[in-house]
Design a protein around this ligand. Structure first.
Ligand code: GLP
Length: 263
């Protein structure tokens, strides 16, 4: 795992977009794993800008999103399908037929999850997975005690997650109680992971995810097992990290990051 600390949320999101863009230019038919959440919206704004101004081309890429609420139709503005259409898919030249999200309205949700795993396999696996982190440390909707080998499945949402997403639904009691999510094992199978976290309220959980013991209570800790995982944080989200000086030194000195140091 590598940790990159940027001065503010804007430059952290910009860096994530540039990492993704570099990989996409090298492999235009990349299979992208996408995430939702407020943090990701800034990344999508940068990608849209790079598409408009720097010809970043999504026409050959295929995407799989991490998760979706159960019981929300894609037309519902709070569904992750709708969110992705608004913030990314309508802003770049991606073919909508190449974008896949779990169907929260499927008659058989378990079958939908199995088909999703199959579709990822048929696409050749995910090359690049974008990740946010919930306040309880979930990636996707892998709530506390998610098995570290779990595959795509239906999960009950934890009370803290319901609270965290309450604003989108006009109250905690209105948030869907269940979601479909890639499993921790599904995420660990992707070739590269980039997690973005910004803001003071993520500082405690980032310290646990990066430097704490691996535990199913915090699914993000499983990323310590991933061979190629980059965690990008702003100064605030980095404020509880013990090893911050070392992480800064790596970023300042490793040739891999030379193109990315300028703000
Ligand atoms: C939701 C999503 C997660 C995301 C999290 C963080 O729970 N299912 O994939 O990481 O929100 O959201 P935010 O970026 O708004 O803090």
């Amino acid at each position: 795992m590598e940790v990159i600390i940027r001065p503010d949320a804007g430059s952290a999101a910009n860096l994530v977009a540039r990492i993704l863009a570099k990989d996409l230019r090298a492999n235009p038919s990349m299979v992208l794993g996408l995430a939702t959440g407020r943090t990701m919206e800034a990344v999508y704004r940068h990608l849209a800008m790079m598409h408009r101004e720097q010809n970043l081309d999504f026409s050959l890429s295929r995407t799989f999103n991490l998760d979706e609420y159960a019981g929300l139709p894609p037309s519902d503005p709070r569904s992750y399908r709708s969110t992705m259409n608004t913030h990314l898919f309508s802003q770049v030249n991606i073919d909508l037929r190449n974008t896949r999200l779990l169907d929260g309205m499927a008659a058989d949700l378990d079958a939908e999850c199995r088909l999703y795993e199959e579709a990822i396999g048929k696409a050749g696996g995910i090359d690049f997975q974008l990740l946010g982190i919930g306040r309880a440390g979930h990636i996707g909707f892998n709530e506390p005690l998610s098995a570290l080998r779990s595959r795509t499945r239906v999960k009950a949402l934890a009370p803290m997650t319901l609270e965290q997403n309450a604003a989108f639904f006009g109250g905690t009691e209105r948030v869907p109680r269940r979601a479909l999510t890639m499993g921790v094992g599904t995420i660990l199978d992707c070739r590269r992971c980039v997690l973005l976290a910004t803001g003071r309220e993520k500082a405690e959980i980032i310290a646990k995810a990066v430097e704490g013991p691996i535990t199913a209570m915090i699914s993000a800790t499983a990323l310590q097992l991933h061979a190629r995982c980059t965690v990008v944080v702003d100064q605030e989200a980095a404020s509880r990290l013990q090893g911050a000086d070392y992480y800064r030194w790596i970023f300042a000195n490793e040739p891999e990051w030379a193109d990315f140091r300028a703000l």
